[in-house]
Design a protein. Structure first.
Length: 402
């Protein structure tokens, strides 16, 4: 089928900012789709059919698909594929049927105002997303560009920075970039109040930590005290080895079976913004720990399932990796997880008991894999001196499903 759907990026400068090609595509359309703000940029004399975005958004996609073959133009903000409607539309309509003409994104415009190289900033969107996503982007010296959900988002960002010990961070809010009413506000997080900010704004942050603040790395092995837990925690050194064995890649899904406080799945998610994870835990107290830790460490998209793993496994999406940190002696758990694992996927199991080792060795005889013994000693005070205190050795089995 020929291209019938066009997606045209438009800025706050309206039709005057469109290229000749974008204007030509727009003029040839018989149906125009967009938000009220974008549709209001058209001439009052434009009598073509207009479709305003509906809620839920999927309803509008369905309506567009029902008009397949007609000349439809979607007006979108900036670059439609930069946290825009273009990415969502292309999940339902192939690119072979779509023409996309972007204009400058809010990120590019903000960088031009601030003098920041776009390749040296961290960018994220808080539009329709939990504000706690910001937590994993905060570190000393970071330059952040944030698509704002509305006029209250800058205050929310300032509060998160203050609570994390980054109250001296510089916040710049850029309103309606490209419009004749464009304006810029700057202050530090500690002093940020609630000025009269336009709903359409982009936030820039220069992260400055308070004196003595300990930054949290995105690399595996966060300090144990970064997590709320009741002792059911994969310790820092073992956690780092375990994440290395799981080898997360962007877009991959992890099952964290017997998740405890969620440390493995949370660090999996922190490794890349596109990683996905499901934490399964039946202890109610630990479920609360998982939720609290996920929010505090910037992974609010962690899916948490309450109950016994064997009750849910058959209905979960196919994982690329599975970690079992508890309940390995439960009947059939290894078999069920292994059967569910994607071909080429990894399964990692940690045990600390003889019974767990026995079960793992029986499993090894069936499917192979390899064993590692992880023995860690930490220096701790003994009276006036320091001595070595051994942690419980961990036996780790790693298998790759061929």
């Amino acid at each position: 089928m020929q291209k019938w759907l066009s997606i045209v990026g438009i800025g706050e400068d309206g039709l005057g900012g469109l290229s000749a090609i974008a204007l030509s595509v727009l003029e040839q359309a018989t149906i125009i789709v967009g938000g009220e703000r974008h549709l209001s940029m058209l001439s009052p004399d434009d009598n073509r059919e207009k479709i305003t975005w509906k809620s839920p958004f999927h309803a509008s996609i369905t309506e567009i698909i029902s008009r397949r073959g007609e000349a439809i133009c979607v007006l979108a903000s900036g670059d439609p594929l930069c946290y825009g409607v273009g990415a969502t539309i292309l999940q339902h309509i192939p690119i072979s049927e779509v023409t996309i003409i972007p204009t400058l994104s809010a990120f590019s415009l903000a960088c031009s105002r601030l003098g920041w190289p776009l390749t040296e900033v961290e960018s994220l969107s808080l539009c329709g997303r939990p504000a706690d996503l910001l937590q994993s982007y905060i570190y000393p010296g970071a330059k952040l560009l944030i698509l704002s959900e509305g006029k209250n988002t800058p205050l929310i960002v300032a509060e998160i920075l203050r609570k994390r010990g980054y109250g001296n961070s510089k916040i710049t809010v850029l309103e309606r970039m490209g419009n004749v009413e464009e304006s810029i506000f700057t202050d530090i997080a500690n002093n940020w109040t609630k000025p009269n900010i336009a709903a359409l704004n982009t936030i820039a942050v220069e992260c400055i930590g308070d004196m003595g603040i300990v930054p949290l790395s995105r690399f595996p092995g966060l300090p144990d005290n970064a997590f709320h837990h009741d002792g059911q925690l994969t310790k820092r050194e073992v956690r780092a080895v375990t994440l290395s064995s799981l080898a997360p890649l962007p877009g991959q899904l992890l099952w964290d079976v017997g998740a405890g406080c969620g440390s493995i799945s949370i660090e999996w998610l922190r490794s890349h913004v596109r990683c996905r994870a499901i934490a399964i835990e039946q202890n109610s107290t630990r479920l609360n720990y998982i939720a609290d830790n996920a929010a505090a460490l910037g992974t609010p998209n962690l899916q948490i399932i309450a109950g016994k793993s064997t009750e849910f496994i058959e209905n979960l999406p196919t994982p690329n990796a599975i970690f079992i940190g508890g309940g390995v002696t439960e009947p059939e758990i290894l078999e069920m997880c292994w059967n569910a694992l994607l071909s080429g996927g990894r399964m990692v199991v940690n045990v600390v008991t003889l019974e767990g080792e026995q079960r793992l060795y029986q499993w090894y005889e069936k499917v192979g894999g390899n064993f590692t013994r992880i023995a860690i000693q930490r220096a701790e005070p003994i009276g006036k001196f320091l001595g070595w205190k051994s942690m419980s050795p961990v036996t780790q089995w790693v298998g790759i499903k061929n």
